[in-house]
Design a protein around this ligand. Sequence first.
Ligand code: KIV
Ligand code: NA
Length: 267
Amino acid sequence: HVKRMTAPEITARKGGDPIVCLTAYDAPTASILDEYCDLILVGDSVGMVIHGLNSTVGVTMEMMILHGQAVMRGSQKALVVVDMPFGSYEDGKERAFQNASRMMMETGCQAIKIESGSYAAETIRYLVERGIPVMSHVGLRPQSHHVLGGFRARGRRESVANEIVENAKAAAEAGSFAVVVEGVSEDIADKVTEAVSIPTIGIGASAKCDGQILVTPDMLGLFDRVPKFVHKFADQKALVEKAASEYASNVKDRSFPRMENVYHFKK
Ligand code: KIV
Ligand code: NA
């Protein structure tokens, strides 16, 4: 029986060894990542990278619960955080608690994440006081892409930069155990890391953040087009293409199934 990483242990890593985080949505991937990650996020990016949606706005509680359950089954050591989907937490702390507690009870996850604009501090405090560790998410907030006007990097202008630092500070003071900083200029990310007492987890942010996260199918190279901040650590698309094409030709020329793949009468 292995003990999982806890939210306070993540918080204690502020300014220390970089915190390794990736997303996962299924049990077998989670079981591989579990060996290398301190934190696994079941991101609402699942809507885009698994379900083929154009944005995360269409992601539901039911989808997040299903994928959260799979990742919990596949992992043993990492802290598992599940994203609260659009519409499940923004309009009030009570409803946020109802949905976040349901997420924890039905998946067994140890924490949730919310995209936190200036309105979020009250909700964060309410959840944390009632037993729900909260990871915040500032900068580019994909659930607000209709308001922000797209998925472009944020905080490359002074006014927006201050807003991002203020959002992160408010989220930290309200009791978040860590904060994701997405799609901001490097100097703003560094300002946030200096300004808050909790770890910053960068994605399209800065190497000086207290940790890093990427969307796993993006970093595995499943897609041709990925944001600038992604480094492809593998070429999964080419791997799948090669295997599928070899399989197709083996089926057509009847070289698959091979001898060792077929059953015979027992003698
Ligand atoms: O949904 C997601 O995968 C995320 C990460 C990119 C931080 O929120
Ligand atoms: Na997300």
